[in-house]
Design a binder for this molecule. Sequence first.
Ligand SMILES: Cc1cc2nc3c(=O)[nH]c(=O)nc-3n(C[C@H](O)[C@H](O)[C@H](O)COP(=O)(O)OP(=O)(O)OC[C@H]3O[C@@H](n4cnc5c(N)ncnc54)[C@H](O)[C@@H]3O)c2cc1C
Length: 369
Amino acid sequence: MKNLVVGAGLSGAVLANLLATILDEKVLVIDRKNHIAGNIYDYKDENTNITVHKYGPHSFHTNNGKVWNYLSKYTKWHYLFLKTNVIIEGNCVTVPFNLTTLHQLFSQNLANKFEEKLISKYGYGVKIPILKLKEADDEDLKFLAKYVYENVFEKYTMKQWGLKPEEIDESVTARVPIYISYDNRYFQDKYQGIPINGYTKMVENILNHPNIEVLLNTDYKSINEKFDRVFYSGAIDEYFDYKFGELPYRSLNFDIQTLNKEYYQKTAVTNYPNNYDFTRITEHKYFLDEKSDKTIISVEYPEKFELGKNDRYYPISNPRNHDLYDRYKKEAEKTPGLYFIGRLGDYKYYNMDLAVERIFEFFEKEINK
Ligand SMILES: Cc1cc2nc3c(=O)[nH]c(=O)nc-3n(C[C@H](O)[C@H](O)[C@H](O)COP(=O)(O)OP(=O)(O)OC[C@H]3O[C@@H](n4cnc5c(N)ncnc54)[C@H](O)[C@@H]3O)c2cc1C
């Protein structure tokens, strides 16, 4: 069987690896970018020796032991619990919003009162959605819910998605919880870390097999050869020349800056819901605990996705767009041997572990039958 995998991102790389190792088949992997690893691409900055996540901060976390063990064959890990902050009324405090945050923001008396009420009503270690807290028959908890909603989620959502307040569906946004705990980790998953030599090296190792050939700077449109199977991890609407219309995305612009100081902020990621046009600032040296007398930050500006101008980042999930995606999916099913995979082929946001899990499932269900 001759296989073509379009896209050398995590999804394409894992699929190529399974075809090469389990089925012992030849695979050509192409990518139109000048590098492998797609969105999880990172590189070492020459001047500072700091590893930079070019397309945004990536922290690996999963509860899936199979995914963790698989990736661990291709990388060792720098064990890291991601910690993040948010700026509220000029104070740099812990997020996800938890009991630590309460004490950082409010007077001791007020914070103690909130804490006691939260624990006695819901219990310690519980994540309670803002929407539920808003419905509490207690004025203090109602105040807290409103405060957190307005200061952490509402304006962040507006910036992130380019929405006006009346366009925000509170029933969706307010599902985000307050964590009744002093656990300051951003994620609670069993396995967490950063590939010790970076994500790009991990993907390079996944692709490193005699059955796999990788061609960069190569667009699918330039391929004339015939293949028995084509696995396409690019955008499905683009594949079909947008014949049913464009699938909308939200895009991002990263302003990457080298600063002449050892540290810029206290954690890898700081969120700015209420001020400026950017949503967050990432300080890259934290991910691998790299030492340098300089530091590199990226300031993250959400923007509209426009064809040819910027990259696709987040699919915009709504019934209209899902219907449009389904039309493309049905069109794809008419061509035997053509498969769409990955975040762009599936038009879904996947964390890295889910992207890998989804390829495992796809491979077992569709290919290794
Ligand atoms: C800002 C941001 C932060 C994130 N942070 C995290 C995180 O902290 N933790 C986490 O678990 N996940 C995170 N993710 C998710 C993670 O980025 C994805 O899970 C992962 O990138 C999915 O990989 P993929 O291979 O499906 O897609 P991609 O990485 O997009 O790979 C697709 C590849 O296909 C190529 N391609 C497309 N069309 C063509 C064509 N016609 N010809 C040739 N090549 C083509 C592209 O160039 C690209 O390299 C984050 C995502 C974003 C947007």
